[in-house]
Design a protein around this ligand. Sequence first.
Ligand SMILES: NC(=O)c1ccc[n+]([C@@H]2O[C@H](COP(=O)([O-])OP(=O)(O)OC[C@H]3O[C@@H](n4cnc5c(N)ncnc54)[C@H](OP(=O)(O)O)[C@@H]3O)[C@@H](O)[C@H]2O)c1
Length: 339
Amino acid sequence: MKTNNKKFNIAVVGASGMVGGELLGLLEKRRFPVGEFYPFNSGRSAAKVSFRGKKYPCTAPTLDALKKADIVFFVSNEEVSDKFAPRLAAAGVWCIDDSSQFRLAPGVPLVIPEVNGRELTPAKKLIAGPNCTLTGAAVALALVHEKFRVTELRLATYQAVSGAGKAAMGQLVDELRAYLKTGAPALRPLGKFPRPIAFNVFPQVGGFDAAGDSGEENKVEAELKKIWGDKRIKISSTAVRVPVLRGHSLCAWFKTARPCTPAALKKLFLRTPGLKFFERPGDYPTPLENGDRTDIVYAGRLRRAKTAKNEYQLWIVSDNLYKGAALNSVQIAERIAKL
Ligand SMILES: NC(=O)c1ccc[n+]([C@@H]2O[C@H](COP(=O)([O-])OP(=O)(O)OC[C@H]3O[C@@H](n4cnc5c(N)ncnc54)[C@H](OP(=O)(O)O)[C@@H]3O)[C@@H](O)[C@H]2O)c1
């Protein structure tokens, strides 16, 4: 990318994690103008990361060490973001946070560049990236909402294990290995998840609130409303974990205020930024084919829903680690670099 030859000192907090690893690869691949590079992890284990052909040891972050950066990517957890990001932002350091800590905080832009990149301004140094599940819907339906106003959105999600981090991915692999050894699926979870994940699906992503909604379902609703800047939409979802390594899929039912047709929707989808739309019913995206190291969101199987007038159905797939996290953060940094 071109940025008037200016280079940015970059810190990555969580560089040894799933999103961190993807982020380093993307900074290289997209030729982000990195000056100095500072990787951090928890400091609990010795980890080295490779960046631009060099190995760097990761250490635990401190405020002083992070202040050396122009841009800090937070890809670790809420507590770490909370501890450092506000103070760094107040000191003039750009902070791009992938945790959920500040997503709903007033005054913190929650940004998907192709949807609401206009919210990035030099005055707001702390920026949040959204939950990886809603990203597909936020991108795919952005123009539909703009033109026909989405009034109701129902989602069933099919979420990959990598959405829960490195250890969760390891759990699926461990359960599959155990099955190959014993010939029987695990009946108890081996670690990160509330249920066995190999040969299974379960409708729980996060903890449950008093109403019975999961943390993920609440995030999808609140964050999508913030990104689209519309509190009126009614959003209801069931978040489901599936034994897919990478790539989240969504089944979306959406109702519009203004009447539209499948043909009008198709036209919009074909010109929606960041979206590849499959027009033929037999062509549809899958996480294996379209959710692994892909830069855009994919959608297909558009049709009228049979349940209500002006209601439509769409199948959406996106890479939770790229567009759902690391890529979105790098795209934010690319916009910042041009401000
Ligand atoms: N996975 C996704 O699809 C996805 C999508 C959107 C957003 N996110 C968000 O991105 C963040 C990272 O997720 P992930 O999936 O990459 O998790 P992960 O694979 O578990 O990696 C977590 C990273 O954070 C580091 N870390 C943990 N405690 C730390 C501390 N006290 N100080 C500094 N670093 C610390 C870990 O270092 P050690 O190796 O030393 O433990 C590791 O590098 C989370 O906030 C998550 O909610 C993830």
